[in-house]
Design a protein around this ligand. Sequence first.
Ligand code: CA
Length: 225
Amino acid sequence: MKKILIVEDESAIADTLIYILEAEGFEVSWVMLGSVAIDFIAKRDFDLVILDVGLPDMNGFEVCKIIRLTNQLPIIFLTARGEEIDRIVGLEIGGDDYVTKPFSPREVAARVKTILKRVTPAISNDVDPTILSRAPSGCDFILMGQALALTAIEFKLLNHLYSQPHLVFSREQLLQACGQFCDIGYERNIDTHIKTIRNKIKKHDATLQVIKTHRGFGYGFGLKQ
Ligand code: CA
């Protein structure tokens, strides 16, 4: 279920948005202050933010700029007529879209769906053997007919993800799967290995993705062409 955060100080507006977005199957959270929104986004995962420009504590543009320092999630602005639409449209502020008040909640819901479709890549957990398969030697992978030349630990890592394509693993679990001890800095170790595997894949196909990052959890298999 996609999670949406509404940042809006007028409860009547928030209510209509919550109503329609929940009816569309989204999980909706609502806050009234920009500072609270920034805090929420830092602590929880959202898929999209609907951000009012005129908030009691901060300007929505400032909120967006702060969010953008660490997060690229889609942001739709709610603006009153005459607010700085040109700046939003020019993406100077980092918004993805805007809706002018008064708006139709249906229109907002439609925009939310369009944006989420645009940013959510079509990732398949199914392993297509013509793209990626285990090498006959049993210690490397073949990507579209060519060996990836993985090191032993890289092979174990990718093999673990590949063998259970529907699961997400923490860094600790992955390290254990590779037979390594969870020493200080192990998280960074895993990240480095994952990066190297991705670079080796990139050499064969610049756009192909095989390992998916699950923010706040770890890694899983995810084929994206
Ligand atoms: Ca407002």
